[in-house]
Design a protein. Structure first.
Lengths: 122, 111
């Protein structure tokens, strides 16, 4: 059973960089065709797909965040990461990590972590 | 990015059936059978219910079913139960550069 756990600072100052970690247990992070995703939920709003890092290290980002975003992985630690620079209050959200077990677009995200709230405020 | 459109809330009595719609465009829902549905109890991890429009995840009750017509996907919950009270989100692959897009979310209330 794959389990995901997000961690990171709950509070980030405007213009700084938001850095989050997703720790994976129960499966190898470099298993073939595993795609590790980040998603966020703004307060009182729906979900926004952020991007992913694949089992082989390739990445794909939401174009609206691409200029500020880096997603990477450390297979030795079974962790993957996201870093979002130049944050503003608009980046305040609950951030989730999740797994998609295929490069087939029809496969859903399963499982998800419980999420971590990040507030951008001075 | 343009999110998929869902009703903000849907309600029903125990035992009834409800349907949640998810409307997109030919660039996403209408163009592909790549729609997933998630159940989210606030404070918990979202849970995958359905993939590929209508394929239930293993272990998910057959009270949950998915379908699609044109640019609109639907999730039907039959035999509504109190524990079905949650937020529900659709997700679709899109040919736009965002690759994936979520719905605006629907809160289900069991009256």
């Amino acid at each position: 059973q794959v389990l995901l756990l997000e961690s990171g600072p709950g509070l980030v100052k405007p213009s700084q960089t938001l850095s989050l970690t997703c720790t994976v247990s129960g499966h190898s992070i470099n298993s073939h065709n595993f795609y590790w995703h980040w998603i966020r939920q703004h307060p009182e709003r729906g979900l926004e797909w952020i991007g992913y890092v694949s089992y082989s290290g390739t990445t794909y980002y939401n174009p609206s965040l691409k200029s500020r975003l880096v997603i990477s992985a450390d297979t030795s630690k079974s962790q993957f990461f996201m870093s979002l620079s130049s944050v503003t209050a608009a980046d305040t959200a609950i951030y989730y990590c999740a797994l998609r077990r295929s490069n087939y677009y029809g496969v859903g995200l399963d499982p998800w972590g419980q999420g971590t709230l990040v507030t951008v405020s001075s | 990015q343009s999110a998929l459109t869902q009703p903000a809330s849907v309600s029903g009595s125990p035992g009834q059936s409800i349907t949640i719609s998810c409307t997109g465009t030919s660039s996403d829902i209408g163009g592909f059978n790549f729609v997933s549905w998630y159940q989210h109890h606030p404070g918990k991890a979202p849970k995958l219910l359905i993939s590929e429009v209508s394929v239930r995840r293993s272990g998910i009750s057959d009270r949950f079913s998915g379908s699609k017509s044109g640019n609109t996907a639907s999730l039907t919950i039959s035999g509504l139960q109190v524990e079905d009270e949650a937020d529900y989100y659709c997700e679709s692959y899109t040919i736009r550069s965002t690759m994936y897009v979520f719905g605006t979310g629907t809160t289900v209330a069991v009256l």
